[in-house]
Design a protein around this ligand. Structure first.
Ligand SMILES: Cc1cc2nc3c(=O)[nH]c(=O)nc-3n(C[C@H](O)[C@H](O)[C@H](O)COP(=O)(O)O)c2cc1C
Length: 386
């Protein structure tokens, strides 16, 4: 652990403030925004803050064990990285940084279908810790090809994203100039100029491209690619489609973006191994409930037959404990890791992992829990779904 870094940035909130100073406004808005009036994003946070647990004392001296087994793999910690698309826009080579760091800290790194690096590049860097996220392509041929490429590149677990039936409007992003096609305006150039570290890193790495998808797209400019993503990925998901993915992927398979226990039950009945309770970090539907508020009922419905994964709003070790106590087996973060990379570049993934480990350890001792299993047994007071 780098103590100097820890003193300067002891929390993800500190990394977020530093990232805000280093990432150009349009890319920042892409990372940091929700949708609509950002109500769902705030609701995630408020609901997490409302989860309380009663500490037990008189446990003597102990060092909590953070490792946990998921889908037959022993991970060093109960957290990992959620898929984030257009990653290189926010920080050049962010996928490489996070994959290498995940391999080192032995936690999962999920590569998005819409990432700016190809699975063939990232799979080996993640050193067995790679998961792959599928935005369901409408073409069965492209779907099969992506699944095969993910498998051949060493990704062990597949996440199918359910919660993007249509691109969200994301008003903050539109206002910041994250539009299709991107417009190079004097204001945008100015915003790059006042973020020299990002601009230099982008000059070296080259403009962000959807490298995993390029081979399916006619034309190479951003407009062609974003049109392809809008028209060809997502939108066509139904239960038959999910069954087809089940037949094509023989490893652990997770449905990401579930908020309704009936859908969780259906997914498990067609052979899905995991349910990821998530509202996409409040980026899709501003009227959705806080993900943490529906976690207990979904865990209750399918937790005996499938693994429960969780994301949306997690910003520290205490939040991870809250989700575990309410029924999650594993917890992921999207923005949290990206704030780290935006703030610290190459050291960002490592530092976020160190913050989360220190915070988890400390809060487990405060609670009197020696293991992840004991957190789950302890439980928590849940907020009511709102
Ligand atoms: C900038 C950004 C891009 C994202 N891109 C994807 C994506 O390509 N695929 C996906 O399934 N989810 C995507 N998500 C959602 C995340 O996987 C995750 O559900 C969400 O970030 C969790 O909330 P948190 O950021 O509060 O941790 C994205 C989120 C962010 C912030």
């Amino acid at each position: 652990m780098n103590q100097k870094l820890m003193n300067r940035y002891p929390s993800i909130a500190d990394l977020r403030l530093r990232a805000l100073e280093r990432i150009p406004h349009f890319a920042w808005e892409y990372l940091d925004s929700g949708t609509g009036a950002d109500v769902c994003m705030r609701r995630n946070r408020e609901a997490l803050d409302a989860v309380t647990m009663v500490p037990h004392f008189m446990k003597g001296v102990f060092q909590p064990i953070l490792s946990t087994r998921l889908f037959g793999v022993l991970y060093d910690v109960p957290f990992g990285v959620s898929p984030v698309g257009l990653t290189g826009l926010m920080w050049p080579r962010a996928e490489r940084i996070l994959a290498v760091s995940a391999g080192k800290h032995r936690h999962p790194y999920t590569l998005s279908t819409a990432a700016t690096e190809a699975p063939e590049t990232i799979g080996p860097l993640a050193d067995g810790m790679g998961w792959f996220q599928l935005y369901p392509p409408r073409s069965a041929q492209i779907r099969r090809d992506l699944i095969e490429r993910a498998r051949d590149s060493g990704f062990t677990t597949l996440l199918v994203t359910a919660d993007v039936p249509i691109a969200s409007r994301r008003e903050r992003q539109v206002k910041a100039g994250v539009v299709v096609p991107p417009k190079i305006t004097p204001l945008m150039l100015y915003r790059c100029a006042i973020r020299p570290a990002w601009s230099l890193a982008t000059l070296i790495a080259g403009r962000p491209r959807f490298r995993g998808l390029e081979q399916y797209i006619h034309g190479r400019d951003m407009r062609d690619m974003l049109q392809f993503i809008g028209q060809e990925l997502g939108g066509g998901l139904d239960w038959d489609y999910l069954k087809a993915v089940r037949e094509e992927w023989n490893g652990p398979l997770v449905l990401k973006g579930v908020l309704h226990s009936a859908e969780a039950i259906e997914a498990v009945s067609i052979g899905y191994d995991g349910i990821m309770v998530s509202n996409h970090g409040g980026r899709q539907f501003d009227g959705a409930p806080a993900a943490i508020s529906v976690l207990p009922e979904i865990a209750e419905a399918v937790g005996q037959r499938a693994k429960i994964l969780f994301d949306s709003g997690i910003r520290g070790g205490l939040d991870i404990i809250r989700a575990l106590a309410l029924g999650a087996d594993f917890v992921l973060l999207g923005r949290g890791f990206m704030y780290g990379v935006g703030a610290l570049g190459r050291r960002g993934g490592d530092h976020v992992a160190e913050i989360l480990k220190a915070d988890l350890t400390n809060n487990m001792i405060q609670l009197g829990c020696r293991s992840i299993a004991q957190i789950k047994e302890r439980g928590a007071r849940a907020p009511s779904p709102s």
